[in-house]
Design a protein around this ligand. Sequence first.
Ligand code: TYD
Length: 147
Amino acid sequence: MPLADCKLVDLPRIHDPRGNLTFIEGGGRHIPFDIKRVYYLYDVPGGSERGGHAHKALSQLIIAMSGSFDVVLDDGYDKRRFHLNRSYTGLFVCPMIWRELDNFSSGSVCMVLASNLYDEDDYYRDYSDFKCALPAPGAGQLHVPQR
Ligand code: TYD
């Protein structure tokens, strides 16, 4: 799936002087999948990079619950860097997208909602394997480079 399918998602915010509240519902309400797993990255040392893989079938929503970090998405043809720094903004990542996470601020927490349980067989951990698995440009879809 192309990079254009990966989008920032504005999540609902209930403003309250006692503290704000955000909620996320799956099944097409806020994200186009049912949530089967939640995991989070924390205590990330300065200068660390995470990710460095693609998923064959997994969809995810990535949220900076605290602090900030960058997510670089790559569909094998185009790349885009997203800076996440709001707990009410998620980044939807569809299958077959290579992702790298870096630029973590001190104390940041990266929460990921996932469409399926952990399965190592769903990963491409080698970039050239990922590239080989992509459909050739022009095979059923028109590739339009993005700026
Ligand atoms: P990985 O997905 O490579 O982490 P990241 O993309 O955040 O850098 O996973 C790191 C390790 O954690 C790897 O050994 C697999 C394990 N893991 C689980 O056991 N369950 C999970 O849900 C996840 C995401 C990872």
